[in-house]
Design a protein around this ligand. Structure first.
Ligand SMILES: Nc1nc2c(c(=O)[nH]1)N[C@H]1C(S)=C(S)[C@@H](COP(=O)(O)O)O[C@H]1N2
Ligand SMILES: [Mo]
Length: 232
């Protein structure tokens, strides 16, 4: 009797093991393991946008939202738009905080602008956004301001001369290729730093600070990258 029970329990072990391995295979198969570095949620959001983005503008071919290389300092930021505020402060008469909708109430502009990363890749994208100078007009920039510092959700910062922003009529973009920026691309706002290298194109902007510190150095600038960053 004792032997029988003993034999039965020994015989059932391989069966359990087999079931275990089969289940593991099913789970690995369903999760599609090892196909990409990005999470499935990220991948599917970009994949869906690729189906609806515009591919040309005024006869010119556009790059795709999927052509960017995600290399942000802390990876994509996921901003809760219900509590989000864009703050503009520093050398202004009226420190102001906008909700997402309030920023979008400004006049919209569209522009095809190329983003060039120092890593050697570039993308031609149709951007849609509001003019920074329109926001600046609302807050009344002081005469002493000559530098604009962008602060982002991930702690990233970068800066530009105020005059470069005005001369180039730079946009604060909320759409690319006619679709709302996805989190990977900087939702809610990315700076379209026309003629400047990619590290000036701040994503996930939460604060725009007017300053008189022409020597301010942002995240990559502190690490040796050119503070002017003009594309030749
Ligand atoms: N907040 C934030 N903005 C950022 C960065 C970043 O790490 N954090 N990377 C910059 C760099 S180096 C480039 S090339 C552009 C485009 O980066 P992406 O391809 O990761 O979107 O975003 C810029 N804006
Ligand atoms: Mo970059």
């Amino acid at each position: 009797m004792r032997n029988k029970i003993g034999n039965n329990s020994v015989a059932s072990k391989p069966k359990h093991l087999l079931i275990f391995w089969m289940l593991l295979l099913v789970v690995l198969f369903l999760s599609g393991c090892g196909t990409s570095n990005s999470s499935d949620a990220e991948k599917s959001s970009i994949e869906e946008l690729v189906k609806v983005e515009v591919t040309e503008y005024e006869g010119k071919d556009l790059s795709s939202i999927a052509d960017f290389r995600e290399n942000s300092i802390k990876g994509p930021q996921y901003i809760d738009i219900s509590t989000y505020r864009l703050k503009i402060d520093g050398l202004v008469e009226k420190t102001t905080e906008w909700t997402y909708e309030e920023v979008l109430d400004n006049k919209p502009y569209k522009k095809l602008v190329t983003l060039n990363c120092v890593e050697g890749w570039s993308v031609d994208i149709l951007w849609e956004g509001v003019l920074l100078q329109d926001l600046f007009a609302t807050v009344d920039v002081k005469d002493s301001a000559n530098t604009v510092i962008f602060h982002s959700e991930d702690g990233y910062t970068t800066s530009l001369p105020l005059q470069a922003i005005l001369d180039r009529e730079m946009l604060l973009a909320y759409k690319m290729n006619d679709v709302v920026l996805p989190p990977e691309r900087g939702f809610p706002f990315q700076l379209v730093a026309e003629d400047k290298l990619g590290y000036k194109w701040a994503k996930w902007i939460t604060r725009i600070e007017l300053s008189d510190d022409v020597n301010y150095k942002g995240y990559w600038e502190q690490r040796g990258f050119d503070n002017d960053a003009t594309i030749n």
